[in-house]
Ligand binder design. Structure first.
Ligand code: NDP
Ligand code: GUE
Ligand code: MG
Length: 281
């Protein structure tokens, strides 16, 4: 048996067409959605992601602003830029690409972004809104994973979902979204003694670790849905996820590829949050 591929590019195309239509309505009313992306330093992977984000904006008919600063930009100068963008009526969403250089406190930066423009959903308020079930911006990566799972047509009610990873931006909010969809949720992490014990019970596995082959075929229940968030490089320097794709696809019912799975959907949900921010403004 070979799993069905969950195509993040195809789903993105469909959702981005809807987003572009919403943007066109706003633009006609003189309220073109605008996203500002700030990049500090010269991490090559960050450059690729930021380029994809700006391209996504252009294709959806958004106004976009890309600001690049050297790695030695002071925290005060960055906070000043954020304050200016908070006050800029052309900008509805602000994204500061992570990770930041060590001398800049990411929490300070995230909290400096106006709540109404926190399209990453990284702020303490956005996290609290998600936790309590209030309306707010959901973090783009787990939000995109939910759309990918929904696209399989499988109802999460009564299912056991296992998340591997508990970061504030991926694993934890992923667990909350799955819980909201009525799954029974287990969150595993580096202190989990035997991952397989948990993943073998899972109807849905979301791997968000950042290490190759964290999930192998022997750890997957036949017919499970497998979502691969990881972005790693293999020995040949090729992009790969956390999941042993070749092995797991023979056991799972549905699986996301890397590239072409979660990555494009992260950007799609960023565009979705931004058009939403513009509609609310
Ligand atoms: N495609 C996309 O759009 C995105 C991809 N990513 C990618 O997803 C991956 C995860 O990102 P992020 O959450 O930010 O990473 P973090 O490094 O912040 O978190 C990794 C998590 O994995 C856990 N972990 C580490 N080793 C193991 C192990 N052997 N078994 C079980 N759990 C383990 C850690 O546990 P502990 O808490 O105990 O340390 C931690 O909770 C990365 O590869 C990243 O590049 C991230 C964001 C978006
Ligand atoms: N403030 C902030 N917000 C983020 O959303 C954020 C961040 N910081 N820091 C880094 C992570 C990572 N991330 C990705 C986005 C797109 C792809 C993506 O487009 N991936 C493509 C391939 C990209 C390639 O070719 O290298 C794919 O999987 O098909 C990947 C990863 C967003 N992040
Ligand atoms: Mg991907």
């Amino acid at each position: 048996m070979s799993a069905q591929l969950i195509d993040g590019i195809a789903l993105s195309q469909k959702l981005r067409a809807e987003i572009a239509a919403r943007a066109a309505v706003l633009t006609a009313k003189g309220k073109q959605p605008g996203l500002a992306v700030i990049l500090v330093g010269d991490d090559p992977a960050s450059h690729v992601y930021v380029r994809n984000k700006v391209k996504g904006c252009e294709d959806a008919g958004f106004y976009s602003l890309k600001e690049q600063y050297p790695a030695d930009l002071s925290e005060a100068a960055l906070l000043e830029r954020i304050a200016a963008l908070n006050a800029d009526p052309k900008i509805h969403g602000i994204l500061v690409q992570m990770p930041l250089p060590k001398h800049i406190n990411p929490h300070k930066v995230i909290e400096a972004i106006s709540t109404t423009k926190d399209v990453d959903g990284y702020s303490v308020l956005s996290a609290g809104e998600l936790m309590t079930g209030l309306e707010g911006f959901r973090p783009c990566t787990p939000y995109g994973c939910m759309k990918l799972i929904e696209s399989t047509g499988v109802d999460l009610k009564g299912k056991h979902a296992v998340v591997i990873g508990r970061s504030n931006t991926v694993g934890k909010p992923m667990g909350l979204l799955l819980l909201q969809a009525n799954a029974t949720v287990t969150i595993c992490h580096s202190g989990t003694p035997d991952l397989g014990v948990f993943t073998r019970q899972a109807d849905v596995v979301v791997a968000a670790v950042g290490r190759r082959n964290v999930l192998t075929a022997d750890m997957v229940k036949p017919g499970a849905i497998v979502i691969d968030v990881g972005m790693n490089r293999n020995d040949e320097g090729k992009l790969c996820g956390d999941v042993d794709f070749a092995g797991v696809k023979e056991v799972a019912s549905h699986i996301t590829p890397v590239p072409g799975g979660v990555g494009p959907m992260t950007i799609t949900m960023l565009l979705m949050n931004t058009v939403e921010a513009a509609e609310r403004a």
